[in-house]
Design a protein around this ligand. Structure first.
Ligand code: UGA
Length: 448
């Protein structure tokens, strides 16, 4: 099928590249000429494992094109532009602009389906998007197709999530629209839900809000364990997790706790999706007169987590004033260079606010938002970050930190205090001189 994808962020570009991989003729469209030029040069403008190779293959074999404007007449046009957070809600201006551009090209003599993949609150597709499309095309929905097809792509796993999905959700204005979109995904084997536009929109928010809720739940239990001698959150969550209702069975075996679940405590969830989506759903609930008490608590627990980690560092060091603290990892999770809403950002801010001298190292992130850039020294290597440090806080569970020669690293720290806010290094054998502290356990008394 002929497909256009408007917006080439990680969702749009992954969608375009993967649809081309499945055999469709795809044109990716972006208004940013630099991005278009980079993609033409076969460069992925962000870090997403596996995407670069597939981009090159499909540009070379001609199944994928990249351009600044929709030129052909595709059978399906995806809207995959960003919906950034604006005062706790989502900014729909890019969706509106994309819908207007698409509407101007919709044709009366051929049936084309417009599918919203951007995350939008329930009611957006059948009101705002439909109206803009109708006004700019002088057609009525039904003469063109309209779908809402949320994405469930994790950063760092976007390609495999697209090609091997848990489910495909297609919200449809009418049966004909949904049939066209279902045909596009015919070769992907997974449960497919064809439903209303608003159910599709709500499924996306409910799914991400549940994930965020599980994380905050785990973090609350972790904080409780940190205050309860004799408990260990990893063992507790393992026990919780083995309930058959929480452990997926794969090839006849329960998946070991923690591998796929969202019950892993840490320093909080971040990224471009969970924080924004939970906030948008809270605002949506309030608009509807519904008190989102649980989601409010999810956000409050998450907001408190960086402070709890910094307090651990403070109590171990006695004071953070003038302390040299290495923050290991700034990406919101391993496998990405994305720092949006990363818990590393408030951790750095809180440390600097208490007078610490902060150095950071991340294998993928080499820059920081301007306000934070001033506060830190960005180090070229983990060794450089740890040299003469008073403490290290592991914020992102990059494999590099697990594989480090910690005996050697500790020998080069001024005070070998390691705070593992992801419980990623629990199997590391630290030298006896080191003070390794993980989360979800009482921190033994005494300064270093
Ligand atoms: C999330 C969802 O997982 C995807 O299903 C969804 O499609 C995507 O948002 C989206 O809406 O586009 P992503 O933002 O890539 O994906 O990141 P996650 O893997 O969900 O991680 C989010 C945060 O939660 C990270 O900071 C991670 O460290 C944290 N986390 C995750 C925990 O603290 N504990 C866990 O058990 C799991």
């Amino acid at each position: 099928m002929h497909v256009a994808v408007v917006g080439t962020g990680y969702v749009g570009l992954t969608t375009g590249v993967c649809l081309a991989h499945l055999g469709h003729e795809v044109t990716c469209v972006d208004i940013d000429p630099e991005r278009v030029a980079a993609i033409k040069r076969q460069q992925v403008p962000f870090y997403e494992p596996g995407l670069g190779e597939m981009l090159s293959t499909n540009l070379s074999n001609g199944r994928l094109k990249i351009t600044g404007h929709i030129k052909s007449d595709p059978e399906v046009v995806f809207i995959t532009v960003g919906t950034p957070e604006l005062d706790g809600r989502i900014d729909l201006s890019r969706v509106e602009m994309a819908a207007r551009q698409i509407g101007q090209r919709l044709r009366r003599d051929s049936y084309q389906v417009v599918a919203v993949k951007s995350t939008v609150v329930p009611g957006t597709t059948d009101t705002l998007v439909r109206k803009v499309l109708e006004q700019s095309s002088c057609l009525k929905a039904g003469e063109f197709g309209l779908c809402m097809n949320p994405e469930f792509l994790r950063e760092g796993f976007a390609v495999s999530d697209f090609l091997d999905p848990d489910r495909i959700v297609i919200g449809q204005w009418d049966d004909r629209s949904g049939r066209v979109l279902a045909e596009l995904y015919r070769t992907l084997e997974c449960p497919k839900i064809l439903t209303t536009l608003r159910n599709a929109e709500m499924i996306k928010y409910a799914a991400n809000s549940l994930l965020a809720t599980l994380i905050s739940f785990s973090n609350e239990i972790s904080a409780l364990c940190e205050a309860t001698p004799g408990t260990d959150v990893d063992v507790v969550m393992q026990g919780v997790h083995l309930d058959r209702r929480l452990s997926p069975v794969i090839d006849g075996k329960k998946v070991s706790p923690g591998v796929l679940s969202f019950l892993m405590p840490g320093c909080g969830f971040g990224g471009s999706c969970l924080p924004k989506d939970v906030n948008a759903l809270r605002a949506f609930a309030r608009d509807k007169g519904v008190d989102p008490a649980l989601l409010d608590a999810v956000v409050a627990v998450n907001a408190g987590r960086p402070g709890q980690i910094v307090s651990m560092a403070e109590s171990l060091l006695g004071t953070l004033d003038q302390a040299e603290v290495a923050v290991l990892g700034v990406a919101f999770k391993p496998g990405t260079d994305d720092t949006r809403d990363s818990p590393a950002l408030p951790i750095i801010q809180l440390l600097a606010g208490k007078g610490a001298r902060v150095r950071v190292y991340d294998p993928m992130v080499k820059t920081l938002p301007p306000a934070l850039f001033e506060m830190v020294k960005i180090c070229p290597s983990v060794d450089n970050a740890l040299a003469d440090a008073d403490a290290a806080i592991v914020v992102t569970a990059w494999p590099e930190f697990l594989e480090l020669d910690w005996a050697d690293a500790c020998a080069r720290m001024r005070r070998p205090v390691i705070i593992d806010s992801r419980n990623a290094l629990r199997r590391v054998c630290f030298p006896s001189s080191a003070r390794y502290v993980c989360i979800g356990q009482v921190v033994p008394e005494g300064r270093v």
